[in-house]
Design a protein around this ligand. Structure first.
Ligand code: SF4
Length: 317
């Protein structure tokens, strides 16, 4: 799996000051599972080290200027950002991690300075390169390294990346209507944990009541699926999913086992235990009663368990 990344996050000395912004979670943890494709727009048009640049508001326009010399470098940064963002489509990426706060790579809350000296900056800008990527690839999973420190955002981002990869790999297999039903079924509870409305919408596309050509159906499904996986899951939706899963075997277990199971769900809902602890118990029952329908649910095994994303209670809210 290939992930685009702001080069400095990998430890490349390409920052304006000649340093880097290596992020250990990215290099040491995600590096085990992803091939990184580094991008550094600034390095391609300026020397390193170089004078820092910043976003400056001039009337309704945002310009890029050097911080000390106040030289307008907007066209240089915009042109290279366009060129590199065009290149992304050939790089077969399933997501992109961007450097926060950068006037080139920052995805949100980048400082925008007023044109007059001594005015207050506002944290409401987006980096030039980040904007190009966002506009050109609205479905590509994007996140900043700073936000990946938040367990909930990290879990959602990783879930989105793996799902993004899965849908495109599935579509490459030239699937039939029957294959689409199987794919959709396997994603039932992941989508449920994000939005019931999205699951319904996807179900209607798969049902294909208007008997449309499968290619049209697949295209519609792809767009609705990409939108659904970009939504963040919630603890209450996830709790409802757990109750659904429990419904498959509740008649087959003892009263004490039922109490234990429901108590476990409550503890998860109240942030006392992580999701992985609940899933472990569910899996025991799913194996004991050989519930094949649930064994195929990606919700129970969405990405390599070594990533340990569901091991933190903070991963759900
Ligand atoms: S933030 Fe972006 S442009 Fe700046 S050094 Fe890192 S990769 Fe290069």
């Amino acid at each position: 799996m290939r992930l685009g990344i702001s080069s400095c996050l990998l430890g490349t000395n390409c920052r304006y000051d000649g340093g880097h912004s290596r992020d250990r979670f990215i290099t040491d943890m995600l590096g085990e599972y992803f091939e990184f494709v580094p991008y550094c727009p600034e390095k391609m048009v300026f020397t390193t080290p170089r004078e820092a640049i910043r976003l400056v508001r001039i009337d309704d326009d945002i310009k890029v200027k050097t911080s000390v010399g106040n030289i307008d470098v907007t066209s240089k940064v915009v042109d290279i950002s366009k060129e590199l963002s065009n290149q992304i489509q050939d790089d077969d990426l399933c997501g992109f991690i961007l450097k926060s706060k950068s006037p080139t790579c920052g995805l949100e809350r980048v400082k925008v300075y007023p044109s007059k000296k001594n005015g207050m900056s506002e944290k409401n800008g987006i980096g030039v390169f980040a904007k190009q990527i966002k506009d050109k690839y609205p479905s590509l999973p994007l996140e900043e390294e700073g936000r990946l420190g938040d367990a909930w955002l990290r879990e959602n981002f990783l879930m989105q990346i793996f799902s993004y990869k899965n849908i495109f790999e599935f579509l490459k297999t030239n699937p039939s209507a029957k294959d689409l039903v199987a794919f959709h079924t396997s994603y039932k509870y992941i989508i449920y944990s994000k939005s019931h409305i999205s699951y319904k919408e996807l179900g209607q596309i798969v049902a294909n009541h208007d008997k449309r050509d499968i290619k049209v159906v697949l295209e519609d499904y792809k767009h609705a699926f990409l939108k659904a996986i970009s939504l963040k899951g919630s603890i209450s939706n996830t709790y409802n999913v757990l109750l659904h899963l429990y419904g498959y075997f509740k008649k087959d277990i003892s009263k004490d086992e039922k109490t234990e199971m429901l108590d476990t769900f409550e503890e998860f809902k109240n942030g006392l235990i992580p999701l992985i602890a609940v899933i472990k118990i569910l899996n025991l029952y799913i194996k004991r009663f050989e519930i094949d329908y649930l064994k195929s649910q990606i919700f129970l095994n969405p990405y390599p368990k070594e990533l340990a994303l569901r091991s933190k209670v903070e991963a759900y809210r």
